[in-house]
Ligand binder design. Structure first.
Ligand SMILES: NC(=O)c1ccc[n+]([C@@H]2O[C@H](COP(=O)([O-])OP(=O)(O)OC[C@H]3O[C@@H](n4cnc5c(N)ncnc54)[C@H](O)[C@@H]3O)[C@@H](O)[C@H]2O)c1
Ligand SMILES: O=C(O)[C@H](O)COP(=O)(O)O
Length: 652
């Protein structure tokens, strides 16, 4: 496995300092192009790519004219940039569309050109985005499908400086192969503290009492603004009116027992409250560890004196608090929302407040932000509001800025992010182990697709991983994505990466099934061999068809280098580098010399030759590795050698 560590280092090294083209850098390019978020166009839309070589940092060698019988037209093949590896001299451009902590900005500036443009209209954002490699937002920027379309494939990563990614169209990001990362941890405590602050402020009428004491004279009056109902008598001293409720001994239901929810629970326990929680996905032992009982949704809302919301806004939680659920709550319940406005039906909340089911609400988040100033909810005298301040502490903002800057820089370098939202997270140690197999997987995909005859319409692919290890020990997502990339890229205008591999395969109608087989091999290595079988297709090279009628190839990693070890029913041993000529011939002496001479006459350097056969002096497969691409004349001459029954030229 000599070169495996080199490969992994390359994999994790800077995308922006890569050097040009050797076979190992092509390998690096292939890896990075999968692992970083390369530009991509959804197949469904067939947008034309703008392959600006200055910014399209890596691309994979095109398979041009080689497999004219590929399943798609040459027009789509010709869209590929005619380069093996393009390294960019320019820095990436990172657009920061909302205020970010200075430490994060400094970190970004060390890596790219940073454009801090706040308050952009949707049109301005769409106009700018095609010149940006990364975009960093908070909750105020809507990163819509239009934004990804307008990016024309250049946008590689969207960083959300915070937790909630409901303002990013994740489906569109995935379709366009754009990685989305967030900063999920740095504002947890700030949000929890704000939740507790609102809970206490609401219980003790702090904001109402505060407003009642302040004089209405001054700026508000001059601008003809009014405060909420009941506050016309500001400047008062109304001790009886603002008698609150105590928190000690009361039951608070924490809805969503994730990072913020559990911190709120911990703090509520400190206030002497009885804490219950509802979260369909939270482990009971984590709740038990801090003395919290996990209960059903119905039980939580029916028994709580206070309800604190900490779930994400997703389709299943959208307006989960509505007329029906309010009607099941204990009369006089008090609600805090520092999660997302959309989890509450705001009109229903106004009705519940008016009817007294809900005594009070304290809200940091709203369906529309900022909300309309005449919103009944905002103006309601039993409602305390803050303008989405949950994450707004100095400490949290610096933390979030650093967290997101590191994630975005890492993604631009091609590293897998621990906070990726739309790509599988693969731990570094697994990545390290799998690196050489990732290369093998892509090469096998590339090879397999070139062996399929044109017009066959690939639909069904089976991948078999043989390994000495327990099947559960092998995370194949990377390998599957690479095989998908290898199969799709040579025959379409799509770029495939880890983010969009499964989506792209689905769009293409490819069914990729996987099987893991335990074999007697060295358990030190995660994979012994990978076999790719394509069913129900004709082959351009009949010898690649196995006994069961599938185009079938198998490969192994030997000393860190990917090898083809089986083709149809023939055992071979060919290193998968450069270009490959496969010939089926009558097994007889002198064949290597004949073909070698033809190539030599054309100044094509042979890097290796290998012969595989099933039966002695019957049929044999000759695999010839060549550094240069032989011209048509040389290929014709090979085809005319009498003992050669079929041959194919493949570019890896
Ligand atoms: N107001 C702010 O400034 C602010 C700051 C930080 C976080 N937030 C928001 O707070 C929420 C929680 O953030 P977090 O960091 O704790 O996220 P998290 O992912 O750690 O926790 C969310 C929890 O909600 C649970 N959940 C999912 N569906 C649920 C359902 N139907 N019912 C109950 N629970 C459900 C999940 O299992 C998870 O445990 C998010 O919406 C986030 O955007 C707001
Ligand atoms: O989801 C979050 O992280 C919070 O809502 C914070 O959002 P903000 O970055 O817009 O303050």
């Amino acid at each position: 496995m000599a070169s495996s560590s080199t490969t992994t280092k390359s994999l994790l090294s800077s995308t922006f300092s890569a050097s040009k083209s050797s076979s190992s850098t092509v390998t690096k390019a292939s890896l990075l192009s999968l692992l970083r978020s390369t530009s991509a166009t959804p197949i469904s839309q067939k947008l034309s790519h703008s392959h600006n070589s200055r910014h399209h940092y890596y691309s994979v060698s095109p398979i041009k004219n080689v497999l004219k019988t590929a399943t798609e037209s040459e027009t789509s093949l010709s869209k590929y940039p005619d380069v093996d590896l393009v390294s960019s001299d320019s820095k990436p451009t990172i657009l920061v569309s909302e205020k970010l902590g200075s430490a994060g900005i400094e970190l970004l500036k060390g890596f790219g050109d940073v454009d801090c443009s706040y308050n952009l209209s949707p049109e301005q954002l769409c106009e700018k985005i095609s010149r940006c490699d990364a975009l960093i937002v908070r909750s105020g920027t809507k990163v819509t499908r239009e934004v990804f379309e307008a990016a024309k494939g250049r946008l590689k990563v969207v960083g959300r400086a915070g937790v909630g990614i409901d303002n990013v169209d994740l489906q569109a990001a995935t379709e366009f192969g754009c990685l989305v990362v967030n900063a999920p941890t740095a504002n947890t405590v700030a949000a929890a503290e704000h939740g507790i602050a609102l809970l206490a402020a609401m219980a003790r009428n702090v904001s109402q009492a505060d407003a009642s004491m302040k004089s209405v004279k001054g700026p508000l009056e001059e601008k003809n603004l009014t405060l909420w109902d009941g506050c016309e008598f500001a400047g008062k001293w109304e001790r009886n009116k603002y008698v609150g409720v105590s928190m000690v001994g009361k039951t608070v239901a924490v809805m969503g027992f994730g990072k913020v929810g559990s911190e709120v629970a911990r703090r509520a326990k400190g206030l002497g409250m009885n804490v219950i929680a509802h979260d369909p996905y939270a482990p009971a032992d984590r709740a038990r560890a801090i003395g919290v009982e996990l209960v059903s949704f119905e039980q939580a809302i029916a028994t709580a004196d206070f309800i604190s919301l900490h779930m994400p806004l997703i389709p299943t939680t959208s307006k989960i608090f509505n007329d029906q659920t309010f009607s099941k709550m204990k009369k006089g319940v008090r609600i805090v929302n520092v999660a997302r406005g959309g989890v509450i039906d705001e009109d229903a909340l106004v009705r519940a407040l008016d009817s007294g089911i809900v005594a009070q609400a304290a809200l940091d988040v709203f369906i529309e932000e900022p909300p309309q100033t005449d919103s009944k909810l905002i103006q309601h005298h039993n409602v305390t509001v803050t303008p989405h301040l949950g994450a707004s502490t100095k400490e949290a903002q610096e933390g979030v800025a650093i967290e997101i800057a590191e994630a975005v820089v890492g993604a631009l370098k091609g590293e897998l992010s621990a906070t990726a939202v739309n790509a599988p997270m693969v731990p570094p140690e697994i990545l390290f182990e799998l690196a050489p197999y990732v290369v093998l997987a892509e090469k096998l995909g590339r090879l397999a697709v070139q062996l399929v005859a044109g017009g066959s319409g690939i639909k069904s692919i089976k991948v078999t991983y043989r390994s000495a290890r327990d099947p559960d020990d092998l995370d194949t997502r990377l390998l599957r994505a690479m095989i998908t990339k290898g199969i799709i890229e040579p025959i379409s205008s799509s770029f495939v990466n880890l983010v969009n591999a499964d989506f792209t395969a689905k769009q293409k109608g490819l069914r990729i099934s996987e099987e893991r087989m335990v074999v007697d091999a060295n358990p030190e290595f995660p994979v012994d061999s990978i076999q790719v079988q394509i069913s129900n297709v004709d082959s351009k090279f009949a010898s690649a068809v196995s006994e069961n009628g599938d185009v079938s190839i198998e490969g192994k990693v030997k000393f860190g280098v990917p090898h083809l070890t089986c083709l149809g029913s023939f055992g071979v041993d060919v290193s998968l580098e450069g270009n490959l000529i496969l010939c089926r011939q009558v097994d007889q002496p002198g064949m290597i010399g004949k073909v070698g001479n033809i190539l030599g006459e054309q100044n094509v350097n042979v890097s290796f030759m290998s012969v595989g056969r099933t039966v002695r002096r019957n049929k044999a497969i000759m695999a010839i590795g060549v550094d240069e691409e032989p011209n048509k004349d040389a290929l014709n001459k090979i085809g005319q050698v009498p003992a050669i029954e079929e041959f194919v030229f493949l570019k890896l």
